[in-house]
Write a protein that binds this ligand. Structure first.
Ligand code: HEM
Length: 130
């Protein structure tokens, strides 16, 4: 289980070459104070921004040395996914798509039931009068 952190930016001709440091966080999953889920979500991608956003201490940066496995040219990576917190991912997948028939049904269905109930009531009253 590895993720990458950019330690430096080097310029080579016109193309910017970004070397990333790769860390194997597998032995650290149970001990990470921020939980194992964030580490798993950061695997296989450039997690530099995620790591810096948390504002990790110098102690945290020192701990990374034991998990370092090597360097990687970012251009050889197949995906460059941005980090999505679990809550945002979960709520997004639970939301109904905009303009779906579900929202129309929730509005129309109660009205339809009321109209049918009133129609039945009206018909039954008419039968009793005859
Ligand atoms: C090998 C890499 C990592 C190491 C060694 C590490 C280490 C630590 C340590 C020691 C802490 C305690 C606070 C501190 O001392 O700064 C911490 C907290 C935390 N880390 Fe990491 N971390 C790593 C990677 C990551 C990544 C990639 C993420 C996000 C995707 C992350 C998210 C967090 C969060 C959310 C906290 C909790 C912050 C808080 O509650 O204030 N960490 N980490």
């Amino acid at each position: 289980m590895c993720f990458k952190i950019a330690p430096e930016f080097m310029t080579q001709d016109i193309t910017a070459l970004v070397m990333l440091q790769v860390y194997d966080v597998t032995p650290f999953l149970d001990d990470h104070p921020g939980g194992d889920e964030v580490l798993v979500l950061a695997t296989g991608k450039d997690a530099t921004e995620d790591f810096e956003d948390v504002g990790h201490s110098k102690n945290a940066v020192d701990m990374m040395k034991d998990l370092y496995v090597g360097d990687l040219d970012s251009h050889t990576m197949t995906q460059n996914n941005a980090y999505k917190p679990p809550s945002a991912t979960a709520s997004a997948s639970n939301q109904a798509p905009k303009g779906s028939s579900t929202s129309i049904l929730t509005f129309v269905l109660p009205i339809l039931i009321l109209v049918i109930a009133y129609a039945l009531y009206y018909v039954s009253k008419k039968d009793v009068a005859i």
